[in-house]
Design a protein around this ligand. Structure first.
Ligand SMILES: Cc1cc2nc3c(=O)[nH]c(=O)nc-3n(C[C@H](O)[C@H](O)[C@H](O)COP(=O)(O)O)c2cc1C
Ligand code: SF4
Length: 422
């Protein structure tokens, strides 16, 4: 087995007792980027983030610097930062580690980001179910206000910054950035129709940047140490690290930060202690439930970077790996996911609203022993209609999930079919 180096950017304090408190966080280096931050202009900070090739860690992997550069810096209108901590994707549970084990790192990242985009207000949109984690985050924010790190005149630098925690109400779709902003505006969390040209998001008609918690928590390292230091981690096209979350049939499920580019199997053996009970690996969903499943053979070829995962027809997503051993029933696993997607579709687009419902129903028929052979083709046909024009990528992602399970494990689905039914 290859021994991996433990290289950490966002999780270096996770193991320290009381790491969520200001005194312990400060003792271990949090807020040390602030001194350099205030010597730089907005344009310089954005250039450093661009140069670092930091990619968004909420699932899409979009270059963060390019998004920041879309924010209008000279406008009279106020601008906003919305930090995405909705984290409802099954198999993904990394952001809650940051807000509960090193919330001051996130606050430091928010200060750096807001100063760069000239914003004086940041919202942190926290998944509704994360009450306990959200309370820890709020205590850290309160401490930061008390210390003068947030508020009217932060660090005595003449800059005003407020940070507000907003808890969602438990809808998966509110993690999609435009649905998140609709929800923040007090409306139903429906994704917005996107413009064709690249532009920033809007909150009450004001320019707004939406970034994932981990993306923002990576910023202080880059501001303090420079773009080249960040690029020393990972690969040339996927620099840096990711907090991978590992669940399912492994001996030590959990969240472990690793640099990009390492072999998936080395990661699982090193951090996860291998497959549970000495069983064989059957498959892995690599980046949160909405990424295409990989067979054990494909996992053998997989490296944890954006390019390799794309070449394998899947994606790195959020890095939330769901590991399945040889005994996993793929029909039950897909049914479980479809129930979730059916429940969580926001219902605006017919292919998504109806498609998730129909596939869920047919999957139940398969499990109940009342489906015919043609029903498998029917599922694939419905799934194709979901991969067309929809307002957000929820439906195309679900289509990919269905396609992956059925094409890669078709014989299991066929074993449930009843040809004797009239
Ligand atoms: C259905 C759906 C759910 C999403 N859920 C989340 C989420 O929980 N957290 C998150 O950071 N991004 C989520 N995203 C991605 C966001 O829309 C957005 O791209 C991201 O927050 C941008 O931050 P990043 O560039 O730092 O990754 C979701 C996207 C979709 C389509
Ligand atoms: S694809 Fe689905 S979740 Fe996305 S907007 Fe359409 S109905 Fe809503």
């Amino acid at each position: 087995m290859i021994i991996l180096e433990d290289k950490k950017i966002v999780s270096s304090k996770f193991h320290i007792e009381n790491s969520h408190t200001l005194s312990v966080a400060k003792e271990h280096g949090t807020y040390s980027s602030i001194e350099r931050l205030f010597t730089l202009s907005s344009e310089e900070i954005i250039a450093i983030i661009k140069e670092s090739h930091l990619r968004g860690k909420g699932g899409g992997g979009a270059p963060a610097g390019n998004k920041w550069a879309l924010m209008p810096l000279g406008e009279l209108k106020p601008s906003f930062l919305a930090v995405n901590c909705d984290e409802s994707e099954p198999g993904t549970f990394k952001d809650r580690e940051i807000i509960s084990k090193d919330p001051h790192l996130l606050i430091e990242g928010i200060i750096c980001t807001c100063f760069a985009i000239k914003s004086h207000t940041a919202y942190i949109y926290v998944r509704g179910e994360y009450k306990e984690f959200s309370n820890i985050l709020q205590s850290a924010i309160d401490e930061a206000y008390e210390a003068g790190y947030l508020g009217e005149n932060i660090f005595n630098k003449g800059y005003k910054l407020d940070v507000i925690v907003h808890r969602g109400a438990g809808a998966y779709i509110c993690g999609e950035k435009s649905a998140l902003l609709e929800s923040l505006e007090g409306k139903r969390g429906h994704p917005r129709v996107k413009p064709h040209q690249q532009e920033c998001e809007w909150y009450f008609d004001n320019p707004t940047l939406v970034n994932n918690v981990e993306t923002i928590a990576s910023v202080p390292f880059i501001v303090k140490n420079g773009a080249d230091a960040y690029k020393e981690f990972g690969t040339s096209s996927s620099p840096g690290t990711l907090l991978f979350a590992m669940s399912g049939h492994v001996n030590k499920p959990g969240v472990y930060e690793s640099e990009f580019g390492i072999c998936m199997m080395d990661y699982i053996n090193h951090y996860g202690g291998g497959i549970k009970n000495g069983k064989k690996l059957k498959a892995i969903i690599p980046g949160g439930a909405s990424t295409k499943i990989l067979t054990a053979d494909e996992v053998g070829l997989a490296k944890l970077d954006y390019e390799t995962m794309k070449a394998l027809g899947s994606s790195l997503g959020t890095g939330g790996m769901i590991v399945m051993d040889e005994d996993t029933n793929m029909v039950e696993a897909l049914k479980n996911l479809l129930e979730f997607y059916h429940h969580e579709s926001c219902g605006q687009c017919t292919p998504c609203r109806e498609g998730t419902g129909w596939v869920d129903t047919i999957m139940q028929n398969l499990l109940d022993g009342v489906a015919r052979g043609e029903d498998i083709e029917k599922i694939l046909e419905i799934s194709k209609t979901m991969n067309g024009q929809t307002i957000c990528v929820f439906a195309p992602a679900v289509s990919d999930v269905i396609d992956g399970f059925i094409t890669k494990f078709r014989s299991e689905f066929e074993s449930y079919v009843r040809e004797d039914l009239t």
